[in-house]
Design a protein around this ligand. Structure first.
Ligand code: PLP
Length: 410
């Protein structure tokens, strides 16, 4: 029931925004020139471009420098980067790995690929991210590692998690696929755990092309272990004459690295713009009673892969999904739900892994009891912001949020 005199677009009224939002325009002439240069060089020399070349090495150096120094290696996807990071831990089969409840399937499948059992922890009380207490509750005597994921670029509370991991002797992997440029207690996300994996596919903050990823660590031993796994077990960092372990070919290549180098230079601007868009929307709706930009942990700066919006449906005549659908009908790029819970997917529930073995699981699926996660999904929706929003997109979003709240406020 609409109480406002301004008819909502979802009910047939005029939408706040009729013109589509601007496209991201992630790739431009600079990326094209970098790619053409790779081809020009290849044509001039007569040699095909490959992988492990000068651009790739420069890119990895630049990436590591941006994180304050360490070791980085480009991969062909974020899933591959996480797989290499987990492989580097050399966990025994059947080890439990505490993981996020809300994440991309590529944030959990690498655990199972490495023959370990993913154990989703609950989220904290207010966001899509795991919290230290929830991780502590998921640890058993079989736990060997923890994977955390700063969802939407909102930092995870790493210090207590690292302390807990230290006490229990567990390794910590940061799956920072969505969190390029986010900051936790003064340093960049991806530098707090033992090793971090990032996605650089085209939908992320910056891209190496259509697909891509990169892992980073300050631990040289872990770096070589990941490096060997992601290139068929080649004996990098050893004196061995040939391949030293089981592995895959997860390499990136010279063309992707050329694009990624150009993109990486734009990353600070991309992150800054997204932060100012989020701040402006948040400021514009500060007098609203039922909806706000999602709360993040203290002493942290999100990099807003998406903008998480928290709704207090008790104050409304409709539920959160209807609120978000009404916002989308006003022409704002909003999605009602981010129910990305790998543990409720068919493959996880049916243990569809290796033949009919269900391996590495040894027991059938039991429904998870993650009350905070359920509440987070019920309370939050997302707005797909990007760095090329102008003041007009910000103003229209604020107007539409205000209009929708006015219509549905009890
Ligand atoms: C949290 C998280 N982990 C892992 C991945 C997998 O990355 P990719 O799609 O590059 O394989 C994604 C991709 O969206 C992600 O969001």
């Amino acid at each position: 029931m609409v109480k406002s005199d301004e008819k909502l677009a979802i009910d047939g009224g005029k939408a706040v925004r009729e013109k589509p939002f601007p496209p991201r325009r992630l790739f431009g002439d600079d990326e094209k020139a970098a790619a053409v240069e790779v081809f020009d060089e290849s044509i001039a020399t007569g040699e095909a471009f490959g992988y492990g070349g000068k651009r790739e090495q420069e890119y990895e150096k630049e990436f590591a420098e941006r994180l304050g120094g360490g070791f980085a290696k480009g991969t062909n996807s974020g899933t591959s980067a996480l797989l290499a990071a987990i492989a580097a831990l050399e966990l025994e089969p059947g080890s439990e790995v505490v993981c996020p409840p809300i994440t991309d399937p590529g944030g959990v499948m690498p655990i199972v690929m490495m023959n370990c059992i993913p154990v989703p922890a609950d989220t904290n009380e207010f966001s899509f991210n795991v919290g230290p207490e929830q991780i502590a509750a998921a640890i058993t005597e079989r736990t060997r590692a923890i994977v955390v994921a700063p969802i939407f670029g909102e930092p995870v509370d790493m210090d207590p998690i690292m302390e807990l991991a230290g006490e229990k002797g567990l390794a910590v992997v940061e799956d920072a696929a969505q969190a390029h440029g986010a900051v936790y207690r003064g340093s960049t996300v991806g530098t707090h755990g033992d090793i971090a994996a990032f996605s650089t596919m085209y939908g992320k903050h910056y891209a190496s092309g259509g697909q891509g990823g990169i892992f980073f660590t300050r631990n040289e031993d872990l770096f070589w272990k990941a490096r060997r796994f992601m290139d068929r077990g080649k004996p990098f960092g050893t004196d061995e004459p040939n391949n030293v372990r089981l592995g895959l070919n997860l390499n990136t290549d010279e063309l992707s690295a050329a694009i990624a180098r150009v993109q990486l230079k734009k990353l600070p601007w991309i992150v800054e713009r997204r932060q100012s868009v989020a701040a402006a929307v948040s400021d514009g709706i500060k007098s609203l009673q039922s909806v706000a930009l999602g709360k993040i942990i203290p002493d942290a700066k999100a990099s807003y892969w998406h903008m998480r919006m928290t709704v207090d449906a008790d104050k409304l005549t409709v539920d959160k999904d209807t609120f978000a659908e009404a916002l989308a009908a006003e022409g704002i790029p909003a999605s009602p739900s981010y129910r990305h819970i790998p543990a409720e997917h068919v493959w996880f529930r049916s243990r569809n892994t290796y033949g009919s073995s269900g391996y590495p699981w040894t027991s059938p699926y039991e429904p998870l009891n993650l009350p905070n996660c359920e509440a987070a999904v019920a309370r939050n929706f997302l707005i797909h912001i990007h760095e090329n929003w102008t003041d007009k997109e910000i103003a229209d979003t604020v107007t539409a949020l205000t209009k929708v709240e006015k219509a549905y406020l009890k």
